[in-house]
Design a protein around this ligand. Structure first.
Ligand code: ADP
Length: 361
């Protein structure tokens, strides 16, 4: 701590703030960088370090540190923040020995609500923010992730491990790469368990901040299988706003709760339609149903994605990433991903010791 009482007050206040990834105080994890206090200019320059896992909330977190500094020393004229990247590799977790910080399952009560679209959009948005992300398509009954991302090819085997197919820098694994396009696969329980196990254990995923898993709709068996293989950070449940769809979402939430997978939140998809010609909004399936249901079930509401033609057209053409560049999807996904990372941060702050730390050698 500094001899200067103002500077030491600032150092203490910043050091008490919780790291969004681990939930530990920044002072305990070596994430407080240099803090300069210039008494004559009445200004502070503060550097903190955040891991790439926190990159989606980097700006808002940096602003909250600035806010803490301002409230600690209200007479300051200027606070300048700098965020450096902290290199903190993930630990190897679970029976399957995968090297990842957060594993997030994206589920829904039934098909056709945009679960795969949302899973892939969450993965792409996290990656764009600067995190390292893998995407696993566990929707073995209808693997649509390769199509949404315009990916094809057959994964190779190298040194006994499956080399995934890459969407840019992002490793993707899907049953869709292993079966012919129009082929139907009949899964028996043990085969399903084996396939999921192999996707997790035998794929060369590398070191990940996030692994996003697109779950099959409805059924609980894959959720159960997954929860036995690795600790899941939690599940995101996608639904559409109309009452019948919400009933299925409620079942999906009950299913995750039964398998002790925490619910990170609900997303409302196809929420309202803004006519591209007249700009008027039509709530085709209604709007706000998922927000109300989330409140009723006491789960976080992460955000909503409007129905839009471009998203449907571009994903059909295999360029979901291009649809996410457009303001309507971009803004919606930013809100959802930030809420999701905030929710992970809130959970980590509640139980900081449960966040796995890498073993230092
Ligand atoms: P699920 O995984 O729940 O079965 P998909 O993600 O495969 O659903 O989406 C089903 C269809 O709905 C796809 O054609 C997809 O492009 C389309 N879709 C999803 N979300 C939206 C949206 N917000 N606006 C328009 N079309 C959408």
């Amino acid at each position: 701590m500094s001899d200067d009482p103002v500077l030491s007050k600032i150092q203490e206040a910043v050091g008490r703030m919780r790291d969004p990834e681990t939930g530990r105080p920044l002072s305990k994890t070596g994430q407080v960088g240099e803090i300069q206090y210039d008494a004559s200019a009445n200004s502070v320059k503060c550097t903190i370090k955040l891991s790439t896992h926190s990159s989606p909330v980097r700006d808002e977190y940096s602003e909250s540190v600035a806010e803490v500094i301002r409230s600690t020393v209200p007479e300051l004229a200027r606070v300048e923040m700098k965020v450096d990247t902290l290199d903190r590799p993930p630990a190897t977790i679970g029976q399957v020995g995968i090297t990842v910080k957060s594993v997030i399952a994206v589920g829904s009560g039934k098909g056709g609500v945009g679960k795969s679209t949302l899973a892939a959009s969450i993965a792409l948005t996290l990656e764009k923010a600067g995190a390292t992300v893998g995407l696993m398509d566990a929707d073995v009954y209808g693997p649509s992730i390769p199509h949404l991302l315009g990916l094809s090819g057959r994964p190779e085997i190298q040194n006994g491990k499956i080399v995934p197919i890459y969407a840019g820098r992002m490793p993707v694994m899907s049953m869709g790469f292993l079966i012919e396009k129009d082929q139907a696969v009949i899964w028996r329980g043990p085969m399903l368990h084996g396939a999921i196990n192999q996707f997790l254990r035998d794929t060369y995923w590398g070191q990940l901040d996030y692994l996003i898993i697109d779950m099959p709709p409805g059924t609980g068996d894959i959720a159960l299988t997954l929860s036995q293989m690795l600790p899941l950070s939690g599940a995101v449940v996608v639904c559409t706003p109309q009452e019948v769809a919400l009933l299925d979402a409620v079942k999906a939430i009950a299913m995750f709760r039964k398998t002790e997978i925490p619910i990170l939140g609900m997303v409302e998809n196809m929420s309202g339609f803004v006519c591209p010609d007249c700009g008027k909004q039509y709530d085709i399936f209604g709007r706000g149903g998922a927000r109300d249901k989330a409140e009723e079930l006491k789960v976080p509401f992460l955000g909503e994605v409007p129905l839009n033609i471009s998203l449907r057209q571009k994903s059909d053409q295999g360029s979901l990433a291009a649809a996410l560049e457009e303001p309507i999807c971009h803004d919606a996904m930013q809100r959802i991903v930030r809420s999701l990372v905030r929710e992970l941060a809130r959970k980590a702050a509640m139980a900081p010791m449960s966040a796995p730390l890498p073993i230092l050698t």
